[in-house]
Design a protein around this ligand. Sequence first.
Ligand code: 3H9
Length: 712
Amino acid sequence: MVQEATSSAAEANPVSTELRGKILLVTVDNPPVNALGVAVRRGLMAAIEAADANPAVGAVLIVGAGRNFIAGADIREFGLPPQPPLLTEVCSRIEASRKPVIAAIHGAALGGGLEVALGAHYRIAVASAKLGLPEVALGLLPGAGGTQRAPRLVGAAAALDIILSGRHVGAAEALKLGLIDRVAQSDDTLAEGLAYAQELLAAQAGPRRSRDAQALADRATAQAAIDAARADVQKKQRHLFSPHKIVEAVQAALDKPFDEALKLERQFFMQCLDSPQRAGLIHAFFAEREVAKVPEAAAAQPRPFKTIGVVGGGTMGAGIAVAALDAGLPVTMVERDQVSIDRGRANVEKVYDGLVAKGRMTVEGQAAVMARFTGSTDYAAFKDVDLVIEAVFEDIEVKKAVFAELDRVCKPGAVLATNTSYLDIDAIAASISRPQDVIGLHFFSPANIMKLLEIVVPAKVSADVVATAFELAKKLKKVPVRAGVCDGFIGNRILAVYRQAADYLMEDGASPYEIDAAVREFGYPMGPFQVSDLAGGDIGWATRKRKAATRNPAARYVQIADRICERGWFGQKTQRGWYQYPQGSRSGQQDPEVLAIVDAERQRAGITPRSFSSDEIIRRYMAAMINEGANVVHQRIALRPLDVDVTFLYGYGFPRFRGGPMKYADMVGLDKVLADIREFAKEDPLFWQPSPLLVQLVEEGKNFESLNKAAA
Ligand code: 3H9
């Protein structure tokens, strides 16, 4: 056995080679995920050169060390000057090898990782391997031959599906599609890869290049698939840049010789790389991983939890119960009486009934899940439960009464959580004998679907309870964001402010329909007035009434929404709100009577309406959001700007390709945002008070990202 280093700095080389008989074993070992940084690219290039030059080598086997084959290009290198060799050159060099090259895949073979495998001549994968070309999720396209080799191997329709969705393809499906040649019999990737290589050697199978594969031979079928994808992307992904380029790259695979099309793919890749969408999406990728890095999780071990309690069987409580059941946890739900607990159980069951009806769950599966659910009207049912989440009516006295019961029955060390969306958790914690165990877990509705979980950290909570909450989020597959205690925490506090900005815009002259249209054009799925109709106008109305007594009388207050609610127009559920929903339709129609109410309110307030361009609507809407986001960071309600970004990406429909409000602010330029705020302040200095943090950053010539970096 010959251990052969491919560079003089062997210890720094993440690609090692070892001759096993006639097979050159090439191992990529670049933790954590074997990303294809420059050293890996150089190592692979050198390994293939060495194999071609060495007569003792009959075949090459590429494997990944650790948990994955290769997870793709090194995303951290994007935006830096490219270092040779380019990955596309590496893949082409592998493909050009005179010796057969085999990729043996386990774990993730994603993006550039799969492209390396497609550059190889034969592919074997263990059954649990996940293959995919997820570049689209980063605002990119497969830029190392993926848009050319994949269609040639699996056809245009399958390739477009894989590349445009970015989904992970299991080994069995990959085999069926023709993306790989074999699914391994066992999980021993190395042994299986070596055996396959031996077999190929014995059969004298030479290189077999993906560029020569023939799955595009039926041109008419391929063209029809491309046309369908083009139409679909134009309709559904209007705002995005890279999907359109993906379709054109696959078109080139059909129209042009391989080498020419490969060059075009590179050009498209570079255009994507330079787009602000790439910057926004990659920010989102790292931000959603950074949010879980909080001081308490680093300092303390989570408390073990095996059982979950839920107080309240309404929409929220049932959704939380389903989220926990879906994660395999047993759930005990307590309600105040038999009727309520029956309704709570029915609310949980309804979710699974829906899955069964859609064929996504069997009746037996449903029964097995429901066997883990216990309903009770007695708090004593919580006596052995490790973590209880309260989801009762939003009233501090009601919540305190629930916590008094929990304090009485729960075992020492049980985590006691509240799902409140704005109440003072410090006050709830102070009302019982064990404030160190009390934390906020703010789920978003529907709680079994929405990914965001605000973990609200009161003053007296112990670090291990915070660590437990982050562990729970992981178990429930939620994206956790750490928030401090204040009215509305991160998300709802900021929402209240930009929602107000939308109301001011409306009273000053923009129609709710113009505002919604501008916000949709910005990339949101819905505008704020549509969201209000969906959520129910009565919810906001109740909040406004609650806050009326404490509202600053000098602050501007727009009454239009109250006029709408007074008529009982609460949105979709009443078939009328800001829009009309005839016969329960979900797509609203503009309502001239609403416009008349808006007009009457303007007159009452003595306002002469003016027109607003979409651009100005967005500038005001975003300035309000960013400014309050800066306040939230300044007051340490959010640890970092990226926590605000993730909150809005996962809880409020903020367009992911813009990276979140704070990333968007960085891209616009904080000086411009501040200049806007100062301009708007001339009309209403009370509302448009620049955040001290924003002012400070502009003065220091810094951006929000500098704070993310400083915290890392
Ligand atoms: C591409 O390939 C372009 C090419 O077509 C063309 C080029 C010319 N680079 O997710 P985890 C880090 S684009 C750098 O928590 P898991 C991650 O930030 C790429 N770093 O683990 C984290 O760091 P930290 C296409 C990366 O087990 C750590 O690794 N590929 C990369 O839950 C662990 O990650 C993709 O989009 C990377 N490529 O999931 C795949 N990937 O510990 C992206 C991860 O400091 N990656 N990191 O927080 C994934 O989907 C998941 O990471 C994976 C593992 C499924 C692999």
